[in-house]
Design a protein around this ligand. Structure first.
Ligand code: CP
Ligand code: NVA
Length: 316
């Protein structure tokens, strides 16, 4: 049966381990996998702009010997030119996998239900699973816990704390699932009214009971960052919320990742951002360009982890 990647909630820890083990090999030895997906084609259906997701999937597919087709918002025009389900059924007759970047998460679910080929969520208003998987992989790598073949993800990330400061958005939701599943502590600080999805928080807390990790939601950025090993942020206004930016700049002003806030974090704290960054808003230039910042390594790892996802889902 085909498998999709719509949410990290649907992955087992063993599956996450398997992806990371493979991603390490892919990162170390690009040429070894140069025919892994020969003859396969991936469709990228994007209703929003992208740099990292589009380029890393396209280049990743090319490096695996496969092909990709990018379909911009005006081409498929999901739900307008034809229904999501009809588009999914049609395109499944041509390609071997679909990456969908969309607004309503329901489009991902509908596409996965109707498509005859694996569907990967390349970002919806609800979640961004490829991002959070690559982020976890990056954290494991940076904390020198790269021995993926012998250590389980829960052992690797155990005891580390990630503090997410900013908007409780799609990236935050996926990080909550990812951290709780893998046994990493996560603290989220957002302004009142901008907390992550309550259902996600509830589910993440349940997962954390099993992995003996902690999920804390607060409105105090300083307490969230206190002792954190990783401090993470994202834009204050996501794609589709551009008209709210002036209002949000006022509401979020105390939630900026700057040198002062980082004095509360653990020694050797690492700073992450899924990018694109709005420098001077959610993160200062000083922090973004500092030695603590691993944002471009994080961006690079999108490709290695996504290549592992593509092999796992499309090779079959
Ligand atoms: N982080 C991320 O998904 O970037 P893009 O929006 O550029 O794809
Ligand atoms: N939260 C951001 C993430 C971009 C990768 C957005 O949805 O625009």
């Amino acid at each position: 049966m085909k498998k999709d990647l719509i949410s990290i909630k649907d992955l087992t820890v063993q599956e996450i381990d398997g992806l990371f083990n493979l991603a390490v090999k892919l990162k170390k030895n690009k040429s070894k996998f140069s025919k892994a997906l020969a003859g396969k084609t991936l469709a990228l259906i994007f209703q929003k702009p992208s740099n990292r997701t589009r380029v890393s999937f396209e280049v990743g597919m090319y490096q695996l010997g496969g092909n990709s087709i990018y379909l911009s918002p005006s081409e498929i025009n999901l739900g307008v030119r034809e229904t999501v389900k009809d588009a999914a059924k049609t395109i499944s007759r041509y390609v071997d996998g679909i990456v969908l970047r969309t607004f309503e998460h329901k489009n991902c679910l509908d596409m996965a239900a109707a498509a005859g080929v694996p569907v990967i969520n390349g970002l919806s208003d609800f979640s961004h699973p490829c991002q959070a998987l690559a982020d976890l992989f990056t954290i494991g790598e940076k904390f020198s816990r790269l021995n993926y073949t012998r250590q389980k993800v829960s052992r690797r990330l155990k005891g580390l704390t990630l503090a997410y400061v900013g908007d409780g958005n799609n990236v935050c939701n996926s990080l909550l699932y990812a951290a709780a599943k893998s046994g990493m502590n996560i603290t989220v600080a957002t302004p009142a009214g901008y907390a992550p999805n309550p259902e996600v928080v509830k589910q993440a807390k349940e997962m954390a009971k099993e992995t003996l990790s902690q999920v804390i939601i607060t409105e105090d950025p300083r307490s969230a960052v206190n002792g954190a090993n990783v401090v993470y942020t994202d834009v204050w206004a996501s794609m589709g919320q551009e008209e709210e930016i002036s209002k949000r700049k006022i509401i979020f002003k105390d939630f900026q990742i700057n040198a002062k806030l980082l004095t509360h974090a653990a020694t050797g704290v690492l700073v992450m951002h899924c990018l694109p960054a709005h420098r001077g808003e959610e993160i200062t230039d000083e922090v973004m360009d500092s030695k603590s910042s691993i944002v471009f390594d994080q961006a690079e790892n999108r490709m290695h982890v996504q290549k592992a996802i593509l092999i796992k889902l499309l090779k079959g």
